[in-house]
Design a protein around this ligand. Sequence first.
Ligand SMILES: Cc1cc2nc3c(=O)[nH]c(=O)nc-3n(C[C@H](O)[C@H](O)[C@H](O)COP(=O)(O)O)c2cc1C
Length: 169
Amino acid sequence: MRLDVEYLEFMWPMRHFLITCGAGDRANIMAVSFCMPVSKSPPLIACAIGKDTYSRKLIELGMEFVVNVPTKKLQAKVYYCGFNSGANVDKFKETGMTPGIAKRVNPPIIEDCVAFMECKVRESFETGDKIMFIGEVLEAYANEEIIRGKTEFEYAVGNFPRKVYGGRF
Ligand SMILES: Cc1cc2nc3c(=O)[nH]c(=O)nc-3n(C[C@H](O)[C@H](O)[C@H](O)COP(=O)(O)O)c2cc1C
């Protein structure tokens, strides 16, 4: 017998990323798991960003974002950035994470993360309840220890979290 399911359960588990967008006082952080490579040459990343998010507005304004790769020890902060909106809170301040200067784009990197992809939006289109932003990776760099394979990335573990995928997301 086969039963109908929530399709997302079978895309599980997923990696978690922190997207930074905006700049200066308006810099924001958002947790994202709908994020994947879609071309090697040129290097392109696709990120599906909720229509009602503050990040969507900031990305459309600046046409740039950074994909920051968090480690497992940042898990609670990843969830904070995924359950709160930058329209209401300053997520750098609330999480205590430190903004750093990116090499080629205006949004900051998150110093607490271990790898970084600076992206320029090349295309965007609507996909259901999200806007799909296709970003060209202008710069990609990582801390030495992860290149040597000593760090555990933050990714989805445990049971499928209905709380995450059934809520604001
Ligand atoms: C682990 C996790 C992953 C998430 N992945 C996505 C995603 O891929 N796309 C999306 O639109 N929202 C995703 N969200 C929800 C957003 O992070 C959430 O709506 C956030 O509050 C938006 O922040 P903003 O309004 O400051 O932009 C995720 C949340 C969590 C906790």
